[in-house]
Design a protein around this ligand. Structure first.
Ligand code: ADP
Ligand code: ADP
Ligand code: MG
Length: 711
C-alpha cells in the first residue's frame, strides 16, 4: 500500500517541480497489468450511454442494466447485452448487480454517478468478487463518505475547512451551543448527505431546533442517517471544485477547476471552466489543495474536491470530495481535450496517467473556456418542481467538436418520475468565456423540447443575465436576480397568428389524409377548409409558466383562407391582411411569409396544448373553448356534473370513477367540428360517475362526468 503523503504548503514552483518529477508522461502507456475486455455498466440514462461510448471506442464489451420503467430507454437499447432488473429501485441492489456481472462474464463494473458509485460496501464487494471496480479503492470512498470524518483527514493534511462542529456529540443543545460559538447564520448538514439534501440554513437561535428537526428528517428519509454537522454559513459563496485524477503509481494531477455556483436547491445547473475572475495564485492553490486531499486518502481514479469560496474574504474551504466521475465532467473534457472515462479505464487497468500536471496546464491554457447547462424536466417558475412525461418533440442543436450533447432520451421517450429528471447536458466550448456563453445561448435557442416543462427558457435567460455574463457568480445568484430571471414576457401577435395557422393547416392536412385513405384517389390539390370552414376562429391562451397563477383571458384569432395558401388573420387589434403559409408535417415546421418578414415556427399540438418554437423561444398555448361553449361548462349546481359544451363524440375518458382530480386536470377528450377539445375539471373533487364512454355521441348539455362534492 502506498504511503500516505501530506502536501501542506507547497509553493507553486515546488508544486510544478513535484508534478514534473513524480508524474511521468506516458503517451506510450506500458501494457496495462489487467486489460479489461468486458464491463458491466451499473447505471442508467446519459451516464450509462456516456460510459458505453468510450468502452465501445476501445473495443470493450458492455452489459447494460435496466428496470421495468426503463425497458425501452436509450441506455437499455444501447448494448446487445442488457439485463432486466425489474422494479424501479433495483439499480441500488448491489449484490444482485455483482452476481449479474459474474454471470455475464464481465471483468469490471463501472458505477457511473449516483446509485452505487459512492458506496464503499459495494466497491469492496466488487473487489472481493474478483471484479475490477472502476473507481477509487473502497477505503478512499469510505474515508470521504462522511462530511465530518473527511474534514478531520483534510485538517490533518493541511487543507482548510469551514469553521464548524463536526464531532460525534449530537445532543441538540450541544449543537446549538456550537452554533452560538461560531455565530449565526450557520448551516446544518447531514454528514452522509448528497445532492443538496439534508441541509438547512439557520439564521437565528430561535429557529435552530426547528431547522435541526427538519434537516434530520430529510436526511433520515434520503440517506437513512441523521448525524449532523454545523458549520459557518458563508453569505456570498462560490462553489469551485477541482477535478483530480490519480493512478496506482502515485501520480496525481489536477485537471483544472470548475465553477458551479449557479445552483438551485443547492444543486448545480450551470458549470464552467475556468472559474471566472479567479486570481492565478488562488487557482494554483486550489489545485494544490485538491491534490493534497486526494493523496491524503491514497486516491485512485477520478474524483472531485469541492471547495466553497468566500466572495467577501477571498478565502476558500474544503467542502467535500465526491469519489466518482461527476455529472459536469464534460466541462473538463472540453478544456483539456481528454476523455475522462478513458482515463478511468486506464487507471483501473493499472496504467499511468496520460498527462503530467505541466501538460494539463498547457492544454487548459490553449483551449479556452467551456460551459455545461443541465437540461431538466422541471418548472423553474414553480420553484423548479420536477416534471415527467412523454417527450412529444425533441430537436437538439447540431453537435460539433465545440457543441456536445450528452442525452439519455430521444423524441417519443418517457421522462420517468421514478428517476432524476435530467433530460440532457449541453456542453459548449469557446476561445473565451464570452464566446462560450454566446455559443451556449445559440445552442439553447436551437434546443426544442415539447412535452414536460423544461428549464431551457430559464437557462437562456441566465445566459443573457448581465451579471452572469460579467462573471459575477455566486450560489445565491438565482435568488438575487429573481425579478430579472422570472419576468413575464407576453407572446407577440405573430405567435398567436402562427398557432392559428398551424391549427388550420394541420386540420386541412388531416382531412386530406383522411380522404386519401377512404377514397384512395389522387390527393386533393390545395384543399381548403372545406365547405363551412372558410373562416375559423380560435381562442388561444398564452399559458403562464406557473400553472397555479391565474390564466389570462383567451385571445381570439380569426383566420380566413383567401387563396390556396393565403390567409387573412386578425389577432385582437392586430390585422395581417395577407400571409402565405405552409406546414411541413415531417419536421412540424410552419413557414409563413408576412409582409415584413418570414417566420419559421415549429408547431406541436397535443390535444388542446400547443407548443411553438419561434425565434429561439418556446411558447406554450392552450386552445380554449369559445366563450359560448365555456358558458355551458362547469359544475351544475344540482347534478354536480360537467356537461358537453357542444354536440360531440367522446374520444377518450382520462379518469375513472373514484379518482380524485385537481382543478384543470383533463377529464374527457371530445371531438366536435373536427377538433379535439379537452374537457378539464372545473374543481378539485372526486369522480362519482363517468357518464359517457369512448365513442359515445353526445348532445350539447349532456352530462359527461359527475362529481362528489368538492374535495
Ligand atoms: P454532481 O455532484 O455529480 O454534480 P449530483 O450531486 O446532482 O451531481 O448527483 C449526481 C447524480 O446522482 C444526480 O443525477 C443525482 O440525482 C444522482 N444521485 C445522487 N444520489 C443518488 C442516490 N442516492 N440514488 C440515486 N441517484 C442519486
Ligand atoms: P452535497 O453533498 O449535497 O453536494 P455540499 O456540501 O457539497 O453538499 O454542498 C452543496 C451546496 O451547498 C454547495 O455547492 C453550496 O452552494 C452550498 N453550501 C455548502 N456549504 C455551505 C456553507 N458553509 N455556506 C454556504 N453555502 C454552502
Ligand atoms: Mg457537493
Amino acid at each position: 500500500m502506498r504511503a500516505i503523503r501530506k502536501s501542506t504548503h507547497l509553493s507553486r514552483q515546488l508544486l510544478a517541480a513535484n508534478a514534473a518529477s513524480h508524474v511521468r508522461h506516458n503517451s506510450s502507456v506500458a501494457a496495462p497489468a489487467k486489460p479489461l475486455a468486458s464491463v458491466l455498466i451499473a447505471n442508467r440514462g446519459e451516464i450509462a450511454l456516456r460510459v458505453g461510448r468510450t468502452a465501445a471506442e476501445y473495443g470493450i464489451r458492455t452489459t447494460t442494466l435496466y428496470t421495468d420503467p426503463d425497458a425501452r430507454s436509450q441506455h437499455a437499447l444501447s448494448s446487445p447485452y442488457a439485463v432486466n432488473l425489474g422494479e424501479p429501485s433495483a439499480y441500488l441492489d448491489g449484490d444482485r448487480i455483482i452476481q449479474i456481472a459474474k454471470d455475464q462474464g464481465c471483468q469490471g463494473i463501472h458505477p457511473g454517478y449516483g446509485f452505487l458509485s459512492e458506496n464503499p460496501v459495494f466497491a469492496r464487494k466488487c473487489t472481493d468478487a474478483g471484479l475490477t471496480f472502476i473507481g477509487p479503492p473502497w477505503e478512499a470512498i469510505e474515508a470521504m463518505g462522511s462530511k465530518s470524518k473527511s474534514k478531520d483527514i483534510m485538517i490533518a493534511a493541511g487543507v482548510p475547512c469551514i469553521p464548524g462542529y463536526h464531532g460525534s456529540n449530537q445532543d441538540p443543545q450541544h449543537l446549538k451551543d456550537e452554533a452560538a460559538k461560531m455565530g449565526y447564520p450557520v448551516l446544518l448538514k447531514a454528514v452522509k448527505g448528497g445532492g443538496g439534501k439534508g441541509m438547512r440554513i439557520v439564521n437565528q437561535p430561535d429557529e435552530f431546533f426547528d431547522q435541526l428537526a427538519s434537516a434530520k428528517s430529510e436526511a433520515r428519509n434520503s440517506f437513512g442517517d441523521e448525524v449532523m454537522l454545523v458549520e459557518k454559513y458563508i453569505i456570498t459563496p462560490r462553489h469551485i471544485e477541482v477535478q483530480v485524477f490519480a493512478d496506482k503509481h502515485g501520480n496525481c494531477v489536477a485537471l483544472g477547476e470548475r465553477d458551479c455556483s449557479i445552483q438551485r436547491r443547492h444543486q448545480k445547473i450551470l458549470e464552467e471552466s475556468p472559474a471566472p475572475h479567479l486570481k492565478e495564485e488562488v487557482r494554483q492553490d486550489l489545485w494544490e489543495k485538491a491534490r493534497a486531499a486526494a493523496l491524503a486518502v491514497n486516491y485512485e481514479g477520478a474524483g472531485t474536491v469541492e471547495f466553497i469560496f468566500d466572495n467577501d474574504s477571498g478565502e476558500f474551504f474544503f467542502m467535500e470530495m465526491n469519489t466518482r466521475l461527476q455529472v459536469e465532467h464534460p466541462v473538463t473534457e472540453m478544456v483539456t481535450g481528454e476523455d475522462l472515462v478513458r482515463w478511468q479505464l486506464i487507471v483501473a487497468e493499472g496504467g499511468r496517467l496520460p498527462l503530467t500536471q505541466t501538460e494539463v496546464e498547457q492544454r487548459i491554457h490553449e483551449r479556452g473556456a467551456a460551459i455545461e447547462a443541465r437540461i431538466y424536466a422541471e418548472n423553474p417558475a414553480m420553484n423548479f418542481m420536477p416534471d415527467s412525461g412523454l417527450l412529444l418533440h425533441l430537436r437538439t442543436p447540431t453537435p460539433s467538436p465545440t457543441v456536445r450533447i450528452d442525452a439519455g432520451f430521444v423524441a417519443g421517450d418517457e421522462v420517468s418520475s421514478h428517476y432524476d429528471p435530467m433530460i440532457a447536458k449541453l456542453i459548449v466550448q469557446g476561445p473565451t468565456r464570452a464566446a462560450a456563453i454566446h455559443k451556449l445561448r445559440a445552442a439553447l435557442e436551437a434546443y426544442e423540447v415539447a412535452g414536460p416543462a423544461t428549464n431551457i427558457e430559464f437557462l437562456k435567460r441566465l445566459c443573457a443575465s448581465p451579471d452572469f455574463v460579467a462573471g459575477h457568480v455566486e450560489t445565491g445568484y438565482i435568488q438575487k436576480h429573481r425579478a430579472e430571471l422570472f419576468a413575464a414576457e407576453p407572446a407577440r401577435p405573430e405567435v398567436f397568428a402562427q398557432a392559428a395557422l398551424g391549427l388550420a393547416l394541420q386540420e386541412q392536412q388531416q382531412a386530406a389524409a383522411h380522404r386519401g385513405v377512404f377514397f384512395a384517389g389522387p390527393p386533393v390539390a390545395a384543399a381548403g377548409f372545406g365547405a363551412g370552414f372558410q373562416q375559423r376562429e380560435f381562442h388561444l391562451v398564452d399559458l403562464p409558466a406557473d400553472s397555479t397563477a391565474p390564466t389570462p383571458p383567451p385571445t381570439p384569432v380569426q383566420i380566413q383562407q383567401t387563396a390556396p395558401s393565403t390567409f387573412a388573420i386578425t389577432v385582437g387589434a392586430t390585422h395581417f391582411p395577407s400571409v402565405t403559409s405552409s406546414l411541413a408535417p415531417a419536421t412540424h415546421t410552419l413557414t409563413t411569409f408576412y409582409p415584413h418578414t418570414r417566420l419559421s415556427t415549429t408547431f406541436i399540438r397535443a390535444g388542446d396544448r400547443l407548443t411553438l418554437f419561434q425565434h429561439g423561444k418556446q411558447h406554450r398555448l392552450q386552445l380554449a373553448l369559445p366563450p359560448w361553449a365555456e358558458k355551458a361548462l362547469g359544475v351544475a349546481d344540482v347534478a354536480n356534473s360537467v356537461l358537453a359544451p357542444m354536440p360531440c363524440k367522446v374520444l377518450r375518458v382520462e379518469v375513472r370513477e373514484g379518482d380524485a382530480v385537481r382543478r384543470d386536470q383533463p377529464l374527457v377528450v371530445i371531438e366536435s367540428m373536427k377538433m379535439e377539445t379537452v374537457i378539464r375539471s372545473p374543481v378539485d373533487g372526486v369522480v362519482a360517475r363517468v357518464v359517457h364512454g369512448e365513442g359515445d355521441l353526445c348532445k350539447a348539455g349532456t352530462a359527461l362526468v359527475e362529481f362528489v362534492g368538492e374535495a
